[in-house]
Design a protein around this ligand. Structure first.
Ligand code: AMP
Ligand code: MG
Length: 424
């Protein structure tokens, strides 16, 4: 990957990896833990290992509807065994009398002595009255038997601390009897937007919008992205364009939030009240990241109450351009928030796919192009890659990670990151 590069007369650009490293180094996992109903834990992060007190299945059980047998009783296919009991799921089984079989249903416990299930499709009842069963195939030991503990062994860690819970993991936790789970407390994020041009949808109808005004779109997707990560969001709206009001908003938010996230106003040389306000209350580093979209990015902190630097609320300032804010959120803020929650950080899932387009102009910065997988297994490029064009994010289903200084020719293998892997 590209390292820092210098443009004459400007501060050197920071590699995306360096920015991520610095953010992750600053993100000390929160130690606030809460117990939450298993019902409500989807997407949340486990604060402790989940250890099973029982084995699952609790005993050997049938994996098919059919007949439980002792394999040793059968010497050849096409044998008739008398029926000695019937065991439905949830019932207790009697030991299986030698030389007989038991009617059994999926999930029912295997009777002691039985070592295989013959599925009912491979049998025929004899005598009309379920007196005997014609076993038409010769079973192998263990056939259609779910072994006790084959899913979960007693004492096993079924899900380690740091796991982000998925619907399947909620099922697994429930299967070992857990009705509540120890979770990392929801991160509290205060969100606000900057920019005098911004209008909230609903405040002015489209025909009333003055020249230069735009609707605040960042607020909507940032709130949704934060909520998908399990954060509790305090939406501070558009902070008034005054130094004192901004400072007051930051000071209040710092006291009961883990992160203050803003968008806009971090471009070079911009007149903005957020930068000096954060600097006054803590510190702020303005980064120029070697990526497109998303070059300007700010990381800092706001002190809490009387606390020193050790007790501070994180501050992140995203670029104002919607696509830049969205992409930097996914690539930088998301891993930062996952680490703050104590989540295990998986590698970014990258696949290599052929480009089904030409891009013959090399960029100086690493570029994250909005692309879409097509039916032929390749990637199509959205025509307008401007960092203001939100349509590109809706049309696309992921980002093409395109190294600086290279062109793309139709058929070239390129790196693809699916939004689906980043939007949960
Ligand atoms: P800035 O980073 O403040 O210089 O903003 C860059 C561009 O993004 C400008 O065109 C802004 O109008 C636009 N922008 C900033 N904030 C928002 C927002 N919350 N929603 C939509 N566009 C925005
Ligand atoms: Mg602005």
């Amino acid at each position: 990957m590209q390292s820092s590069s210098a443009t004459p007369g400007r501060a050197p650009l920071m590699a995306l990896e360096t920015a991520l490293e610095q953010l992750l180094a600053a993100a000390r996992p929160s130690t606030r833990v809460e117990r939450v109903a298993t019902w409500d834990a989807d997407g949340r992060v486990l604060a402790a290992d989940l250890v099973s007190e029982l084995q699952v299945p609790a005993q050997d059980s049938a994996a098919m509807d059919g007949y439980a047998v002792r394999v040793a009783d059968l010497s050849a296919a096409d044998q008739v065994l008398p029926l000695s009991q019937r065991i439905a799921a949830g019932q207790a089984a009697q030991p299986l009398r030698a030389g007989t079989c038991a009617r059994i249903f999926t999930g029912a416990p295997m009777p002691c002595g039985a070592d295989a299930v013959v599925m009912q499709e491979d049998t025929r009842t004899v005598g009309g009255n379920l007196h005997g069963v014609h076993i038409q195939t010769l079973p192998t030991p263990g056939q259609w038997v779910r072994r006790a503990g084959e899913d979960v062994a007693r004492g096993a860690v079924v899900l380690p601390r740091g796991t982000r819970l998925s619907p399947a993991s909620l099922g697994l936790a429930a299967s070992i009897g857990l009705v509540q789970l120890p979770l990392c407390a929801r991160l509290r994020v205060a969100l606000f937007s900057t920019g005098d041009e911004l209008v909230m949808p609903g405040d002015l109808a489209p025909q009333q919008m003055p020249p230069g005004a735009i609707y605040n779109s960042n607020r909507f997707f940032l709130r949704a992205l934060l909520q998908r990560l399990g954060c509790a969001v305090s939406d501070l709206g558009i902070v008034p364009d005054q130094r004192a009001a901004t400072q007051a908003a930051l000071e209040t938010a710092a006291n009961d939030h883990d992160l203050i996230l803003s968008s806009g106003g971090v471009s070079v040389g911009e007149e903005d009240h957020v930068k000096p306000a954060v600097q006054q209350l803590g510190r702020l580093d303005l980064w120029q990241i070697a990526m497109k979209p998303g070059k300007p990015f700010a990381y800092g902190s706001v002190r809490r109450g009387a606390g020193g630097d050790a007790d501070a609320c994180h501050f992140i300032g995203l670029p104002g351009n919607p696509v830049s804010a969205f992409v930097t959120f996914l690539l930088l803020v998301r891993p930062f928030l996952l680490k703050l929650q104590g989540a295990l950080l998986p590698e970014l899932p990258v696949s290599v796919l052929p480009a089904h387009f030409d891009l013959l102009r090399a960029e100086r910065r690493r570029e994250f192009l909005r692309v879409r997988r097509n039916a032929a297994g390749g990637l199509d490029l959205f025509a307008n890659q401007s960092s203001g064009v939100l349509s590109s994010l809706v049309w696309g289903d992921g980002l093409l990670d395109h190294a600086a200084g290279h062109i793309i020719q139709r058929g070239d293998p390129v790196r693809f990151i699916a939004f689906a892997d980043l939007l949960h």
